[in-house]
Design a protein around this ligand. Structure first.
Ligand SMILES: [Zn+2]
Ligand SMILES: [Zn+2]
Length: 332
């Protein structure tokens, strides 16, 4: 047989549907090709050809060769992939992303193990479970179907250890977070890459509703991230997210937990930034007024004076902070 001749198998590929890489020269293969199309444009490729092309590219550059539009996930036009392609989305994952509870439920009835396994998401190039996918996209109905089908609610992603509860908190998908909590999810499992918990990520990503749901569920609000020891309270103060500070204080958060890097406490940071609202809330909450930064021994009052935040300095002194005028450039 001619090694470069088209496959002898009956191939029903429309004339306009030729692969734009090889023009249906099947490179001597004697198998029926799998024809795929990128997500947006409808240009057609042999899966074998485009897979080879994608493999040499970074995730962001995996676009249609012809029109440069986003290509992933590839959709199958004809043929059946004989092995799982990292560029084709599993239909169970697609059902979750589309919020198609009916399709998901019927797939789970036939194959209950789908609720437990990992799937490769071609768009983010990571392995996730259907529960992670539902929590990420806020598909609470699908999430409930998966919980009912016996999905492991605390399962961690291999690449970074994030749980479905973390994903829901990080993306403000509060309905999904509530459903996971009702099903008994552990809301304190951290991402292993940096130690961030669902509570910390809800503060960092500005999802107040998620933070409140986590607090009501009894989340530990004091777990710091590994990189610098910052707690949710410290992050709220550092970033000026005042609305996030009061719920944490009311939840009994440790107001004196310092950063590992320099020993700065939340009240020190508030004084350093001239953040009078946070400073007032921390004073009212009973924070240690004299906790010194360990790099230079500066106290909140000293740093407020050095930075010229007189209102913060006054507030600290009125609250009883020690203040050594000779250590500061400002004499009251
Ligand atoms: Zn081709
Ligand atoms: Zn295209």
């Amino acid at each position: 047989m001619d090694a470069v001749a088209p496959s002898p198998s009956p191939v029903s590929v429309p004339e306009e549907g030729v692969c734009h890489i090889c023009f249906l020269d099947f490179h001597g293969r004697e198998v029926t090709p799998v024809i795929v199309t990128p997500q947006l444009c409808g240009h057609r490729y042999d899966l074998h050809c485009i897979t080879g092309w994608f493999e040499g590219l970074s995730l962001d550059n995996r676009v249609c060769c012809l029109c440069r539009k986003k290509a992933l996930p590839l959709k199958v036009v004809s043929g059946v992939p004989d092995e799982e392609s990292p560029f084709i989305q599993h239909e169970a994952l697609e059902a979750v992303y589309q919020g198609n509870t009916e399709k998901l439920a019927s797939m789970l009835t036939i194959a209950p193990e789908l609720a437990l396994r990992f799937f490769h998401d071609p768009v983010i190039d990571k392995d996730i479970t259907l529960l992670h996918a539902a929590a990420w996209k806020g598909k609470a109905d699908c999430l409930q179907v998966l919980i009912n089908a016996g999905a492991n609610i605390d399962i961690s992603r291999h690449s970074d250890g994030i749980t479905p509860a973390f994903v829901a908190a990080a993306n403000g998908k509060t309905d999904c977070l509530k459903a996971l909590i009702e099903a008994g999810a552990n809301v304190d499992i951290p991402r292993f890459t940096d130690g961030a918990t669902p509570t910390l990520i809800a503060v960092q990503n500005l999802y107040l509703d998620s933070l409140q749901v986590l607090i009501e569920a009894g989340a530990n609000v004091d777990i710091p991230r590994h990189s610098d020891g910052a707690t949710p309270v410290l992050i709220a103060v550092e970033k000026g997210f005042f609305d996030y500070l009061n719920p944490l204080i009311e939840a009994g958060a440790d107001l004196n937990a310092a950063r590992h890097t320099d020993g700065a406490t939340p009240i020190f940071i508030a004084a350093h930034e001239g953040n009078i609202c946070s400073l007032g809330a921390l004073i009212k909450g009973g924070a240690n007024l004299n906790a010194a930064r360990h790099t230079d021994g500066a106290t909140p009052a000293v740093i407020a004076a050095r930075e010229g935040y007189i209102c913060c300095l006054k507030e600290l002194i009125e609250a009883g902070a020690e203040y050594e005028e000779e250590r500061c450039c400002i004499i009251l």
